[in-house]
Design a protein around this ligand. Sequence first.
Ligand SMILES: [Zn+2]
Length: 181
Amino acid sequence: MKMIIFAFMAITLFSSCGLKLKDHNQKEGTREFDTTDPAFNSYVQKFESKGKTQTGDSNFQVGDIPINFKELGSGDVQGVCNEYTDGTKEILIKKSWWDSVDEGFRESLLFHELGHCRLGRTHNDDMIQVGSNQYKASLMHSYIVESPDYTLHQNDYFRELFTQDRTTLVNSLSRTTANSK
Ligand SMILES: [Zn+2]
């Protein structure tokens, strides 16, 4: 039994290595960019569309939060939501990381950063235990929700992101885990 627990921990540590996300960043001055890189347009549209559905607000928009690529330096930060002392905000994404991952990881990161910048959410490191498996309870976890889990349960993660209601996520995780046994 000890061996199993150790193996599980090792996998968890390995899979989260290098993927820790930053919380809101309060910064002096003003943002670097005024408009969003067109590479992110489709993600903004999807976030707005999901936001309208989940909040019931037909006018839900991302608003004045430019998203752009920037090499964020060495270390393990793939993206950040910066809030500046003049009241502006922006999201910066590390391009070398973006170019190296699949769509699931990209959306998971971008929606996490929009969770900070647009929804004002902070990190939530709760886990959902299903049988012997553990899953992140929110896209706002300080370690990125990985592509396979995000892709399989994205609508449930959206619901949690916009409404903090994790009921459908718990149900859907329970179903998937039961089916895979
Ligand atoms: Zn974060």
